[in-house]
Write a protein that binds this ligand. Structure first.
Ligand SMILES: Nc1ncnc2c1ncn2[C@@H]1O[C@H](COP(=O)(O)OP(=O)(O)OP(=O)(O)O)[C@@H](O)[C@H]1O
Length: 244
């Protein structure tokens, strides 16, 4: 569904933010992208959704160049910055998204989704009055209204309550089962282990690991330990014990 090939990106010539990043995302797959702050996750996502222009390498969606208007509607992007049209109500926002993706508004589905995300009493309110978590939730509701796409989630699950997180996990499973795919950027390694089928660990703009979670767990290790190796946890621990 998505092929990312040899992406190199820099905001300024001195600092390469992504260095030769390549991976594929298949239909029905959930890929989590993890990595330290500043490792290049959001930059990679912005290149995929064409908010940043490719400098080197290429990205294909269903074998077409990713900036081709015909394939842009294959992706639903939930940004970490939760920029939303504040002047719309939640319901108007959902209608707008369904319209954009040429999907008739399924009232039954909407009724259930807003129930899981406890937004039923808020749908007719302006988004400008939504809390931080509610802004994330309305984006998730809108994404699950549309079938068979690639949902790209940048940190959207941070800051939502337990019920919404559990609903999201179940909805992810169904979404994959019905042929959709998901990319999720997160720092929540426990969540990655719980729901992530495959993980891409980025460090300093380079792919450090691209593997099935089960392969990592099979070695008797876990993602937190892999991260600790990456950041030289032992060195940091020794130093902190010595100087603080
Ligand atoms: N608009 C920009 N101009 C210049 N440098 C930028 C810009 N946006 C990001 N960067 C730099 O690019 C690098 C990667 O940033 P990016 O936001 O992709 O990281 P990230 O992995 O998503 O981080 P986080 O986990 O903190 O969200 C960082 O060094 C950051 O300072």
């Amino acid at each position: 569904m998505l092929n990312v090939q040899n992406i190199v990106y820099f905001y300024d010539k001195k600092n390469t933010v992504l260095n030769n990043v390549s991976f594929n995302l298949n239909k029905g797959e959930l890929l989590t992208i993890a990595g330290p702050n500043g490792s290049g996750k959001t930059t990679l996502i912005k290149l995929i959704v064409d908010l940043l222009k490719i400098q080197e390498g290429s990205i294909f969606i269903n074998k077409s160049f990713h900036d081709n208007p015909s394939v842009k509607k294959e992706i639903i992007y939930l940004s970490s910055e939760d920029f939303l049209p504040d002047f719309l109500t939640g319901k108007e926002y959902i209608e707008m998204i369904c319209d954009f993706y040429d999907t008739p508004l399924d009232k039954e589905k909407l009724f259930r989704l807003v129930d899981y995300y406890s937004l039923d009493s808020k749908l007719d309110q302006l988004i400008e009055n939504y809390s931080h978590g509610m802004r994330k939730k309305i984006q998730l509701v809108s994404a699950f209204m549309i079938n068979n796409k690639i949902i790209i989630i940048d940190e959207t699950l941070n800051g939502i309550d337990v019920e919404a997180k559990e609903a999201t996990k179940l909805l992810f499973e169904q979404y994959k089962r019905r042929g959709g795919s998901i990319i999720m950027c997160t720092h929540d390694l426990e969540l990655v282990e719980e729901i992530g089928y495959r993980v891409l660990l980025i460090n300093n703009g380079v792919i450090y690991i691209d593997d099935l979670i089960e392969n990592i767990l099979k070695t008797g290790s876990n993602l937190t330990n892999v991260f600790k190796e990456l950041i030289d946890y032992e060195g940091m621990k020794n130093e902190i014990e010595k100087y603080f």
